[in-house]
Design a protein around this ligand. Sequence first.
Ligand code: ADP
Ligand code: MG
Length: 705
Amino acid sequence: MSPRAFASADELDATALADAPVRYPRPSRLAEPLQVKPARAAEPAASLGLHTVGDLLEHLPRDTGEARTIAALVPGETATVLVEVRSITSRPVRRRGMKPLVEATVADASGVTKATFFNQPWLERKYRPGTRLMLQGSYQGRNRFRVSTHAVTSEVAAVEGAVAQYPATKGITSTEILSLVREHRDALADVVEPLPGRMRAREAHADRVAALTAEHFPHDAREAEGARRRLAFEELLLHQLTVLRRKARRSGGVGAGRLDESPTLTARWLAESLPFTLTGDQRDAIETISADLVQDRPMQRLLMGEVGSGKTVIALHAMLRAVEHGRQAALMAPTETLAEQHFATLATLMPGELVATALLTGSTPTARRADIVAKLASGELQLVVGTHALIEDAVEFDRLAVVVVDEQHRFGVRQRVALDAKAPAGLAPHVLHMTATPIPRTLALTAFGDLDVTALRELPAGRQPIATHVAAGERERSRAYERIREELRAGRQAFVVCPLVEESEALQARAATKEFERLAKTEFSAFRVVLLHGQMRPRAKQEAMAAFAAGGADVLVATSVIEVGIDVPNATVMLVEDADRYGISQLHQLRGRVGRGEHPSLCLLFGPKDSPRLRALAEHEDGFRLAEIDLELRGEGEIIGTRQHGATQFRVARLPEDAELLRAAHDHAERILRADPELSAPEHALLAPALQAAYGAEALEPIPA
Ligand code: ADP
Ligand code: MG
């Protein structure tokens, strides 16, 4: 059947069809450069990323404000009006330092009011009678409108209801952006819809043009929020598609070699030499990882567990699996202290030198280093612990099969690529990442969507609870010192953690030194006090730590360098100064340095009693719960421990509020990639370019290690 004319039975001929006012989107028009008015706002606009018409349409409002006709203005309210200048004058202001006041009589179809502009005398010449203006300001009543921001507009009709309010910057106001967006309203028709129609229908999401239109020209705040959610869903979907695709490309790329022989060494180790019984979580983790290692596709797993949850045992098990297959394993830590710590833990976990292990860091003496490097290259040495020193060019492995990376967020992409390259040509290593920062489930999907995640929630048996109190004021301070002395007299040990000084390590070191001197002379003069900070020479650091670990010192006064890497079961008290300068997860990690032995422990946080963060710590011991609270208090962008690449900071989506959308996006992404991994099906034709636009060439690269 051929098309017919509207409301008619007449068929249309070819000429009529060709002339039909059909409008196809022309996305190329969105790439046209944006002409910013006024011209002085062009540079500020560019600083907001507004170079093209498309950029402008993607510059989403942060909020909605009220738009009114003059007659509808209510005294005291802030609103936007669309008016025409009738007359304009300026008059001096008596207050010192103030420029002349500009007063304009402005009108719309509903009425007339007097608009006042402060400190901008030049407006008198600029806004001549007849000029149409968009004014945002407050209506003072009695026909006075005090203008805060303004822009010239070509719109004639007044707007009513809601108006978009935009993120602005010095040199360009939200009202000026609003005016620009309204001038370019027609360009919305050129916006392309990347989402398949079936998916949109299923999720009840508007199409992209409708969503952008509702964002920029909302009838009310609810409509704007619905539109935001639609765009957030798209953003999260593109993100999940990218992450899952990159993950698939790694596992679909080079193989890792299966570690599928029956356990020999590991079986003996678990049965005979491990000095304790594994927790249920640890057993599950070991099983999961063993199953990963049997595959040819390289393991990409994140082991998440609080300090003291027993991750090292699991890491060692994975490494010993490599060793019993005649292959090599390496554990890489971000700092020397941590590497040394791991090295020591491994020794206690393998009594009697089950497997020869070496430590390779920047301070390994040259001769020793040469020996280790030679033995790694020959395969004679099967287990190594170290820092970045492990991925230097000169270090070659004979048959590296398993790599454990501790606190991986402290390594860059290039370092992970270098690590990958240490495996024999044509193979990738199985990689186990470890982190002591528990990440809430929702965030794990965005931050670590490229990793499989295993969590250790259960703490090893016999772990002592840590009573945490927030303390303030001099009375509580002296009580705290007395309480610490009680512990010391009972033979226990204590940490005093000095305030975090973000600006400079040197300042922080100096403050710690002062506090150390004070405490050694006063509160703890009867005890042995040692100092530890990041600016000390490695040798002095080692000595202080060794003294404290061996019980040769009672009190360790330290900066946050002790956050990781100290295991002294006899330490039962920690005092943290200016605790509210630290983040929740940092404090939680810090306090994990006590409660590691057989004695009940205590953590005293000095800081404001009403601080929600300190209160959370006093109330909760579960790191995962604390991480969720942290997320609620701070929002997603600032949670540490997330993978750098594209991990956080969504433009539209907000976490944790949009967690539902994220889960839906994740499920859709999985489904799409399962059916159409290359996104070549017709319904995905527009999804692929959207991915390319959002993530560039990176979207197609396999994930490094
Ligand atoms: P993490 O690396 O997660 O901070 P570690 O693996 O270093 O934790 O373990 C912390 C301490 O607890 C170590 O001294 C370790 O030997 C001990 N440990 C680990 N698992 C258990 C367990 N199941 N039972 C008793 N002690 C354990
Ligand atoms: Mg450890």
